[in-house]
Design a protein around this ligand. Structure first.
Ligand SMILES: [Zn+2]
Length: 88
């Protein structure tokens, strides 16, 4: 498992509108902060912080249960590692 721990039976499939990242998370909120956009946050920026945070939201696309969790985890991690191996 790449995104969630082995044995996970329920998780959320999220997509970030800002950076296009697709990932699984154990969180099941409608909207969560995008972990990929968060890396780009500049701590020096004060006044714009709120706006930036709003842009970096990933929305819940689908709740995955049972075998779906492992299937999607595999699909998404292959999509990432398959096309971008050079940095590894
Ligand atoms: Zn993002």
């Amino acid at each position: 498992m790449y995104y969630v721990p082995d044995g996970t039976t329920k998780c959320g499939y999220y997509e970030c509108k800002e950076c296009g990242a697709r990932f699984l998370s154990l969180q099941l909120s409608e909207v969560i902060p995008c972990p990929y956009c968060e890396k780009d946050f500049d701590p020096e920026i004060g006044p714009d912080e709120e706006m930036t945070a709003l842009d970096a939201e990933a929305t819940l696309q689908k709740v995955l249960e049972g075998e779906e969790v492992e299937m999607w985890d595999k699909l998404l991690s292959l999509a990432i590692t398959g096309g971008d191996e050079e940095w590894l």
